[in-house]
Design a protein around this ligand. Structure first.
Ligand SMILES: NC(=O)C1=CN([C@@H]2O[C@H](COP(=O)(O)OP(=O)(O)OC[C@H]3O[C@@H](n4cnc5c(N)ncnc54)[C@H](OP(=O)(O)O)[C@@H]3O)[C@@H](O)[C@H]2O)C=CC1
Ligand SMILES: O=C(CO)COP(=O)(O)O
Length: 338
């Protein structure tokens, strides 16, 4: 029989609940931390989290708690699924409760806005005692919670972290692939959200499949160009965390970033759209960081610039598309294997 682990998930939203449910399905002793007492009660008594995963029946063995210390006490592995905006704050609250050597896996696909720091770095700064990993891939929470076949990537500098996480999460509907480019995997998860906004906008404008296909492929070229200059391995972008996640978020209305783009494309106001979403869309802040960085580092990023002009400078979508069509047509594939 496979080993049973004591595991926890920090975060009571869509993704935290989907991952907690997999671990409970796999027979691990699983507790989910969330800040809202009413939702804790709902998970424990009705085995559902209707606000975030409507219609999903959760595994009855999944427990929830508002008590952070009790949740993580004695855990072999803890998964961290808090939006980037609040990650440092929640990590600070965890500092006294995580034993040295505990495995901590970030699933957050965002960048700390004030410091332009990825979540693994935030967690490393606040929780130096843990063994870190990051998990990313085409993982729409609603499909995972409905137990649809899905693949993901766990990446860590410590191969033992990868092996334990694979053992904890692997099941008939969830395939967990291992990688070592932690930086690239994490960066890919954050960057693709920006391009999902653009793709949602294109869908709202009834663009054809040729156009969407060009957009997604040029997005991959642009995001990997940026990531490689920042130190990532270009091959990471050929895998699930790169092209896989870009594809799903650029084509599915289940993606919140895609939905933000779609509503913007229909002419709605950004603040109104974000407020009505009721869930996090990390790409909105990531766009601002990428625009800043592309200027600071002189990286050619026409898609980021165009989206930024539409969202923050009030440019018309039709004007931006027009100027993109006149932009320099550079190389198709920029990375050549030696
Ligand atoms: N949903 C998805 O398909 C996927 C999401 N991700 C990533 O996972 C991360 C989390 O996303 P997701 O679960 O979808 O987000 P949601 O918006 O669905 O939920 C966010 C959760 O975080 C909680 N939260 C926010 N701020 C705090 C805080 N200061 N203290 C405690 N809890 C807090 C919210 O609590 P409350 O309900 O009380 O407000 C809520 O439970 C994001 O970075 C996202 O990109 C990764 C893969 C897939
Ligand atoms: O990352 C995701 C799927 O892999 C979810 O994307 P959204 O945050 O846009 O919903």
């Amino acid at each position: 029989m496979a080993k049973q682990y004591k595991v926890a998930i920090i975060g009571g939203g869509s993704f935290g609940t989907a991952i907690a449910n997999i671990m409970a399905d796999n027979g691990h002793d699983t507790c989910q931390w969330m800040r809202t007492a009413e939702r804790v009660k709902e998970v424990n008594e009705r085995h559902s989290n209707e606000v975030y995963l409507p219609g999903i029946k959760l595994n009855p063995s999944l427990r929830a708690s508002c008590d952070l210390k009790e949740t993580v006490s004695g855990c072999d592995a803890v998964f961290f699924s808090i939006p980037s905006k609040s990650s440092r704050d929640v990590a600070k609250q965890l500092a006294d409760h995580l034993a040295p050597g505990t495995i901590l896996v970030s699933t957050t696909k965002g960048i700390e806005f004030e410091t332009n720091t990825l979540m693994s770095q935030v967690l490393r700064e606040e929780l130096p005692q843990v063994r870190l990993g990051v998990m990313s891939g085409p993982n729409l929470a609603k499909e995972l919670a409905a137990r649809m076949i899905t693949g993901t990537v766990i990446a860590s500098e410590d191969p033992d972290v990868n092996a334990v996480v694979q053992e904890i999460l692997q099941c008939s509907y969830f395939r967990v692939y291992a990688g070592s480019d932690m930086y690239g995997v994490e960066l890919a998860g954050a960057l693709k959200n920006v391009y999902a906004i653009t793709a949602g906008m294109a869908a709202a404008l009834d663009c054809g499949h040729n156009t969407i296909s060009m957009l997604v492929t040029r997005s991959l070229a642009e995001m990997s160009r940026y990531a490689v200059i920042k130190g990532a391995d270009p091959l990471t972008f050929m895998g699930l965390a790169g092209v896989g996640d870009l594809f799903v978020t650029c084509t599915s209305p289940l993606s919140r970033n895609y939905r933000v783009g779609y509503e913007l494309g229909k002419g709605r106001d950004l603040n109104e759209v974000v407020a009505s979403l009721g869930q996090v869309a990390e790409g909105v802040n990531t766009l601002r960081l990428m625009k800043e960085q592309s200027e600071a580092l002189d990286i050619y990023m026409p898609l980021v610039s165009g989206l930024y002009d539409i969202i923050y400078n009030g440019s018309k979508v039709s004007d931006v598309i027009g100027s993109m069509m006149c932009a320099e047509q550079s190389r198709d594939v920029e990375f050549v294997l030696k």
